[in-house]
Design a protein around this ligand. Structure first.
Ligand SMILES: Nc1ncnc2c1ncn2[C@@H]1O[C@H](COP(=O)(O)OP(=O)(O)OP(=O)(O)O)[C@@H](O)[C@H]1O
Ligand SMILES: [Mg+2]
Length: 252
């Protein structure tokens, strides 16, 4: 199934507070069409918050986010239409899958295309089977989430996001709840999507994956981008002491 062209994303001067804690501190970041960006950085740096701001799941106090022609503005001044469009453009995949337990793998995938895109039962099923096949689960369409491994559940979650034909995916530590041998099968799906030139913004602690698959690594600390560059630049020759510290910890 051909994917629609992707969209440029730009964060400008993003500030986000929780109480009196400044979690995003004037963050600037631009993501190119079709780029795969690995977002790394210490716990509490603001990585999840950044994805949530982009997807309209949380408001911010200053700055703006441009996504193609749409604008997400501070203090919830964004139109409902822009938020809908951004959620259509970018699928989000979470660490804990968030599948419906009472629906089969296929039903989990067909639900939103039927309700939101008004696809017919048959068209949604056809798309669902294609996508499950693509993530290597063509033989498990009728399995319930409780009957699937973590890696399989996460691949269903990716297929569900893809069923809305997004232009990009936002992935928040989607392999961190998985056993090492299951991480690889989920990361392989992302690498396959990258070949389709989807825009991928991937929060990850999988440094090997970031080195292999990312066009660029962006390091977030204290609510700011402290370093950004080619994987080998950032990983082998980090400029910032905070980056060196973080890499020592995750690569231990
Ligand atoms: N709903 C919330 N209410 C209050 N504080 C929050 C909330 N969500 C996040 N925070 C705080 O904002 C900061 C950034 O959190 P965020 O989840 O974005 O970090 P992160 O970089 O994703 O960390 P991790 O690697 O641990 O997932 C943290 O200090 C966190 O405690
Ligand atoms: Mg997080």
């Amino acid at each position: 199934m051909p994917l629609p062209p992707t969209t440029h994303v730009e964060f400008r001067g993003l500030k986000k507070r929780f109480g009196n804690r400044l979690v995003l501190d004037g963050l600037d970041l631009s993501i190119d069409v079709g780029e795969t960006v690995a977002l790394i950085g210490p716990s509490g740096a603001g990585k999840s918050t950044l994805l949530r701001c982009l997807n309209g799941l949380t408001h911010f106090e200053a700055g703006e986010i441009r996504i193609g022609d749409e604008l997400i503005q501070s203090n919830g001044n964004t139109s409902a239409k822009a938020v809908r469009q951004v959620r259509r453009d970018f699928g989000m995949v979470f660490q804990d899958f968030q599948l419906f337990p009472h629906l089969t793998a296929l039903e989990n995938i067909t639900e939103a295309p039927r309700q939101v895109l008004r696809l017919s039962h048959n068209a949604a099923r056809q798309r669902g089977v294609e996508l499950l096949t693509r993530v290597g689960l063509g033989d498990r369409t009728d399995a319930y989430p409780g009957e699937l491994s973590g890696g399989q559940k996460q691949r269903v979650a990716v297929a569900r996001a893809l069923a809305m034909q997004p232009r990009g995916l936002l992935c928040d530590e989607i392999t961190s709840a998985l056993d090492p041998e299951l991480k690889g099968e989920v990361l392989a799906v992302l690498e396959d999507l990258k070949r389709d030139r989807m825009t991928l913004l991937v929060v990850t602690h999988e440094i090997g994956f970031a080195r292999r698959a990312a066009d660029r690594i962006v390091v977030l600390a204290d609510g700011k981008v402290i370093e950004s560059g080619l994987p080998e630049e950032v990983l082998d020759n980090p400029k910032h002491e905070r980056t060196r510290q973080f890499l020592r910890q995750v690569m231990r």
